[in-house]
Design a protein around this ligand. Structure first.
Ligand code: AMP
Ligand code: ZN
Ligand code: FE
Ligand code: FE
Length: 282
């Protein structure tokens, strides 16, 4: 069965491979269409479209925006958006500025903990100005302070860990509105990360739908079959579109493969048609 992958990161944010190399892996995995969803930046999309033309893979323009939800984050994906929209671009640029306000404070905390690194070293690992904690994790790995990105998050960078510093994030309703204003489809990313009961997640999605949310990422690398079934059911009850993707990052999430996730991911190609239809009238 043909598969698609609607959640992938490249060197334009915190992935470790450029768009063209991600597409080569997609081709090997039998992926017919994919969305590049870099954090807070759309600059990798033209390169992906170009490589997609060569390889015969459809590219759906995408984005991933983190928003603040209580003490944690809600990630909102956007699809089929007009990625050159003059309202969207400065909004994304502001989010990237927020990263440069937070990141040096994380580096300072790490320095206070006795780890020697500079923000210059972190920025040197980034392929654009969308610099994130995974770039900091990479420096910590290269210096031998941790063995993996996961260890960097578990020991230092994750929420509630000693070097955690929150960055200024939009409300979910803002991220949703920005995507809608760029004629895109806003989708709740990886619902498994939402720290809510099943009923809490339902209520949250109901509220977000009232604010413009249009879909939910039911298929995701780390979703167990029962979770996927529950999220598909939630989508049906709330009349939300269904999407799915691997959240491929390359080195910083070495267990996740393009199109295949941890091996069992199968995002059906038939999900695309309803998305296309919704995008055509958005
Ligand atoms: P930031 O957007 O800079 O706050 O960094 C958050 C990003 O780090 C997320 O979007 C993930 O891509 C990545 N991330 C979060 N937790 C982990 C983890 N345990 N291991 C590797 N990457 C992670
Ligand atoms: Zn990421
Ligand atoms: Fe995410
Ligand atoms: Fe992601």
């Amino acid at each position: 069965m043909p598969r698609i992958d609607l959640h992938l990161h490249t060197t334009y944010s915190d992935g470790s491979l450029p768009p063209a190399e991600v597409l080569l892996l997609a081709q090997k995995a039998g992926v017919s269409a994919l969305a590049i969803t870099d954090h807070d930046i759309v600059d990798g999309i033209p390169e992906a479209i170009e490589a997609g033309r060569r390889l015969g893979i459809e590219i759906i323009p995408g984005i991933e925006i983190s928003s603040r939800y209580r003490e944690t984050e809600l990630h909102i994906l956007g699809y089929f958006l007009d990625w050159q929209d003059p309202l969207l671009l400065p909004r994304l640029a502001r989010l990237r500025v927020g990263r440069h306000v937070r990141n040096p404070r994380i580096v300072e905390k790490l320095n206070d903990l006795g780890l020697a690194l500079t923000y210059e070293e972190v920025k040197a690992r980034a392929g654009s100005d969308s610099v994130g904690r995974p770039h900091i994790a990479r420096v910590l790995m290269e210096k031998g302070y941790v063995q993996s990105a996961k260890e960097a998050f578990d020991r230092y960078l994750g929420e509630d860990k000693p070097a955690y510093v929150p960055r200024e994030l939009p409300e979910p309703v803002e991220a949703i509105a920005w995507i809608r204003e760029a004629r895109g489809l806003p989708v709740l990313a990886h619902p498994t990360w939402v720290k809510e009961s099943a009923e809490g997640l339902f209520k949250l999605c109901e509220k977000l739908k009232g604010e413009g949310l249009m879909g939910i990422e039911a298929h995701y690398s780390t979703h167990k079959p029962q979770q996927t079934a529950d999220y598909l059911n939630l989508a049906q009850r709330l009349d939300l579109l269904v999407t799915g993707g691997s959240d491929f990052h390359g080195l910083t999430k070495p267990d996740i493969e393009v199109g295949l996730g941890r091996g069992g991911l199968q995002v059906p190609e038939k999900l695309l048609e309803p998305l296309r239809k919704a995008a055509a009238v958005s």
